[in-house]
Design a protein around this ligand. Sequence first.
Ligand SMILES: [Zn+2]
Length: 289
Amino acid sequence: MPELPEVETTINGLKNKVLNRTFVNVWTDIRKIIKRPISFNLFLKELKGRRIKGIRRRGKNIIFELSDNYSLLIHQKLTGHLLYGIWENRKGRWLAEDSRLNEKVNSYIHLIFFLDNKKMIALSDLRKFAKVQLWKNNELADSKEFKSLGPEPLDKDFNFNVFKKRLRKGAIKEVLMDQKVIVGIGNIYSDEILWEARVHPLRDASKLTQEELKRIYLSLKKILKKAVKAKGTSISDYRTITGDEGGFGPIRKVYQRTNKKCFYCGAAIERIKIKNRSAHFCPNCQKLL
Ligand SMILES: [Zn+2]
C-alpha cells in the first residue's frame, strides 16, 4: 500500500500538472470505487466543472481542493496508484500515448478523470480497493474518519513529546502503523524505522525506554524524509504519476529482505507474522529481551 512517501510523491507530481485545471468528465468500470455520493451520476454531476485549486495530503489520502468548497478525496488503498497522461480507448482497452504507462503494473485502468487540457488522471488498481469520495469541505473536516486521524509525522509540530503522548500499549510495529496514533506509516516504513532504531517489532510500545523512544522518533523523521526524497518504494505496485519506479526500494535495509544479511551486523534478516502482517527485522540488532 502506498504510504506517506508514495502519496507525497504522487501529490508533488500532480501539483506540477493539474493545478487550475477543471474536471470535464469521469469514466469508470467499477462504480463501487466511488463511495460518496453513492450514485455515480450524482458524483459526476457534482464534479463536472469544478476547478482544482490545490492538492494536499492527509495521511495516506490525496485531497484535491476544488472550487465552490468541494474536496475530492482519493485513497489508493492496497494496489492503486494515480497516473497522468493521455489514454485512448481501443476496443474496450485503455492505451496510453506514453509507452511507460502501458507497462503491466500501470495497465489496470479502472477510473479516468478527464481534464480541460485534454490530459487525464487515471487510476491503475489491480485489486480494485481504492476509495474515491466527493465532499463539501466542512463535512470532510467534520467526518469521523478524518477527525480520528493522528498527527502528521513530518510536521514541525510533531516533536518528541507529541510522539510519546500518542503511543499506546501493543507491539510497537502495530502502534506505528495505527493511523489513529500517527498517520502515513505502513508495512514498509515501520520495518525500516524499527531496524534503524534497533528495536524489535514485537516490543510493547508502552514499555520502551526513553532512549529507545528517542531512537524511534529520530528514525521515523529520517526514514520518511529520505523516502520522500527518493520518490517512494516500488517493490510492489506503486509507481510515480509518470509510471516510473521510486528509488527507495534499492536503498532499503530490511523490508522483504528475509534471509539476506543485515547491513549493520551481517546476521540473517528474519520475518515474522504480526496478526496478518509481516515484520522483517535483524534478530541480532533488534532483540526482544
Ligand atoms: Zn543486524
